[in-house]
Design a protein around this ligand. Structure first.
Ligand code: EPU
Length: 417
C-alpha cells in the first residue's frame, strides 16, 4: 500500500476537519521531556513522524499511550540522553532532542541528523546557540554528542530566522540559569504553540511570535494537558486542492489567522473565501487565474511547505506564474513528475520556475519524493483527466493522517493501493 490511485476530474465538495499540527506536535513532544512528568497532548496528529518521535522518546525511558482524543506522555522515567542507534536517523525533527535533553538531563548523544531531500538543512545555528549557552558539542563518526554541566542564559543572535533553531534554543533556555535572549528568532505559529505549551508548564517566556524571544530560566516545569493546534499546512493543502479542482469546501478548524498569505494568493487565483471561528469556507474559481509571481518566505510570508500545492494550482491556471523558492533549495523535485502529467513548466534558475497554465493535466504514473511534494502530486491527480498513480506515498503519512480519507470525504476518487 505504497501508492495512491487518483481518478481526477471531480471538483472537491463538502467539509473536512483539519488535523493537529505536525510541526507544533513534534517540538512539544520533545519539550515534554523537560517536565519529567505526565502530559496529555490532545489532538496530537496520528502521523508517522509522531510515531517515530514516540519510539525515540520510549528508547530513553518515556512512556507513551494513545487515548481516543490524544497522546499521553510520561517522561518521569527518562534515564538517559543517549538515543540508541536506529532511532533518530532520517527524522530531521530529532534535532529538537538536542535542546530538550540538554535541558532535561544535561547530555545528548544521537546519530543521523543532517540533510534531507528538500535541501541541505544545516544545524550550524542550533550548534552555535547551544554552545553559547555552555554546551560542548562534538561529532564522532555519525553521532553527535552534547553535554552541559549547566546551561546558562545569554544573548544569541541567530544569523537567519530558523524555526528549528529558535525552538531548540527555547527548549534549552527554559531550565537554564538566568535569562536567554534569542534575537533574529523565527516567528512561525508552531514556535508560538511550543512557547504556549512551555508557559503552561511553568516556563517564563515573552516575545514568542516576534523576532526577539526572552526566556527566564526556572527551576522546574510541571506536566499539563495541552491541545495541539490545527495544522495550517494541511489546511493550506486542501485550500489549493479546492482551487485547483474548482470545488467548494469548508475547512473545519482551519487556522485562518495563520494563513494570511495563502488566502491572499487564493483570492488572486479567483477563489472566494469566508473565515469564521469554525474554519474557512472556500469556493474555487471555475479555473484558477495565474498569480504572476509567488515567492516563499519566512512567516508571515508564503510558506515553503505550500509551494508545491500552489505550483499545482498554477499548472491549470489561465496564464503564466513564476514561483521563487527562497527557503529550501530542492523543493522543485516535483517538477519533472508534473511534466509527466503534461504540465508546462520551465526552469528559470535553481530557485525559480515559470509555469504556463494549461486547461487540464493528463493522468500518468508519478513518484513522490518527499512529504509536501508528494501531497501536491495527489492534488495534481485530482485535476488531471483519467487516472494518476502516485508511487512511494509513505512520505505523505509523515504529515497527513489520512489524505485519502479526507479527499474522499470531499468527493474525490482516491484510494491507497
Ligand atoms: N538553516 C541554516 N542553519 C541552521 C538552520 C537552518 O542555514 O542551523 C537554514 C535552512 O537551510 C533553511 C532556512 O535556514 O534554508 C530555514 O530553515 P528552518 O530551520 O527554519 O527549517 P526547519 O526548522 O528545519 C521547519 C519545518 C519545515 C518547514 C521549515 C520552514 C519542522 C519540524 N519543520 O524546518 O517543515 O519547511 O521550518 O518553515 O517544524 C514540513 O513540514 O514538511 C517541513 C519541512
Amino acid at each position: 500500500m505504497d501508492s495512491i490511485l487518483v481518478n481526477g476530474g471531480t471538483p472537491l465538495c463538502g467539509a473536512v476537519k483539519i488535523q493537529g499540527s505536525k510541526n507544533a506536535a513534534l517540538p512539544i513532544m520533545a519539550a515534554s521531556l523537560l517536565t519529567k512528568d505526565c502530559n496529555f497532548l490532545e489532538n496530537c496528529p496520528r502521523i508517522t513522524d509522531v510515531y517515530r518521535m514516540i519510539e525515540i522518546l520510549e528508547s530513553i525511558g518515556c512512556k507513551a499511550i494513545w487515548k481516543e482524543d490524544g497522546l499521553y506522555l510520561d517522561s518521569s522515567g527518562v534515564y538517559s540522553g543517549a538515543i540508541p542507534d536506529g532511532y533518530s536517523e532520517g527524522m530531521r525533527s530529532s534535532i529538537f532532542l538536542l535542546g530538550a535533553l540538554l535541558g532535561a538531563v544535561g547530555e545528548v548523544s544521537m546519530s543521523g541528523i543532517g540533510g534531507c531531500v528538500i535541501g541541505n538543512r544545516k544545524i550550524d545555528y542550533h550548534v552555535m546557540g547551544l554552545t553559547r549557552m555552555g554546551a560542548t558539542i562534538s561529532y564522532q563518526e555519525d553521532r553527535i554528542q552534547a553535554t552541559a554541566a549547566m546551561l546558562c542564559g545569554t544573548a544569541i543572535q541567530l544569523p537567519g530566522p530558523s524555526v528549528g533553531a529558535t525552538e531548540n534554543l527555547v527548549l534549552a533556555a527554559v531550565l537554564a540559569k538566568g535569562e536567554t535572549l534569542i534575537q533574529g528568532a523565527a516567528a512561525e505559529p508552531e514556535i508560538v504553540a511550543l512557547c504556549q505549551y512551555l508557559s503552561r508548564c511553568g516556563a517564563r517566556i515573552t516575545g514568542a511570535g516576534s523576532d526577539c524571544i526572552r526566556v527566564e530560566g526556572v527551576k522546574a516545569l510541571r506536566g499539563v494537558r495541552y491541545t495541539i493546534p490545527p495544522d495550517r499546512i494541511v489546511a493550506g493543502t486542501y485550500l489549493f486542492a479546492t482551487i485547483a479542482t474548482g470545488g467548494n469546501v469548508f475547512l473545519q478548524k482551519a487556522p485562518w489567522r495563520e494563513l494570511y498569505e495563502p488566502l491572499a494568493v487564493a483570492e488572486r487565483m479567483g477563489a472566494v473565501w469566508n473565515c469564521c471561528e469554525e474554519g474557512i469556507y472556500i469556493q474555487g474559481p471555475e479555473r484558477p487565474k495565474a498569480v504572476g509571481e509567488l515567492i516563499t518566505g519566512v512567516y508571515p510570508r508564503f510558506p515553503t511547505d505550500l509551494q508545491s500545492a500552489a505550483l499545482v494550482a498554477s499548472c491549470v491556471a489561465t496564464g503564466q506564474t513564476i514561483i521563487r523558492e527562497k527557503i529550501f533549495e530542492n523543493r522543485f523535485r516535483i517538477v519533472p513528475q508534473l511534466r509527466k502529467l503534461g504540465a508546462n513548466i520551465r526552469d528559470i534558475d535553481e530557485e525559480s520556475v515559470e509555469i504556463q497554465g494549461i486547461e487540464q493535466l493528463q493522468g500518468a504514473e508519478v513518484e513522490a519524493m518527499e512529504l509536501r511534494g508528494g501531497a501536491a502530486l495527489v492534488l495534481a491527480g485530482l485535476c488531471a483527466k483519467g487516472s494518476t498513480l502516485v508511487q512511494h506515498t509513505a512520505f505523505l503519512y509523515r504529515g497527513y493522517e489520512n489524505i485519502c480519507r479526507d479527499l474522499r470525504d470531499l468527493g474525490a476518487r482516491v484510494a491507497s493501493v
